[in-house]
Design a binder for this molecule. Sequence first.
Ligand code: HEM
Length: 132
Amino acid sequence: MRIYPPAPIIGRSVTEDVDLGDFILPAGISLAIGIIGTHRDPEIWPNPMMFDPDRFLPKEVAKRHPCSYIPFSVGPRNCIGVKFAMMEMKVLVATILRSYKISTSISPENMKLSLEIVSKIIGGYNISIKKR
Ligand code: HEM
């Protein structure tokens, strides 16, 4: 969800001037918010491509801006399915991993993403599942 957020980029229309300090976003423009770029920003996430669940320990989370990790967006138009999606993913992953080992021949370095509204891997996932 951090390194490969399913929704990599979202869009917004700016309805009134927004002063960000260094610059102003003028009313009337459309902008893209790069969730995937934020999630891989080395200033926020040192060694960003390393999978390290400890980054989400409460003491680590407390050190980051709340918008550093936004797979479901934030604010009034964020994902209404966030709780359901998280529960579904946990149940599914736990159920599959109890019985199967999953592997892929694709290394993270060779994984090419197609960044659409929902990102997916180009060329298929090439996954094999073995009964434990
Ligand atoms: C891993 C799973 C999911 C991810 C990463 C995800 C991500 C997102 C993101 C980033 C947005 C904001 C889009 C935007 O602002 O342009 C969004 C909106 C939305 N999501 Fe999800 N979503 C997920 C699952 C679900 C599920 C399971 C449901 C419904 C059961 C759902 C329903 C919605 C709806 C209705 C919106 C639009 C909310 C609005 O515009 O007010 N999502 N989602």
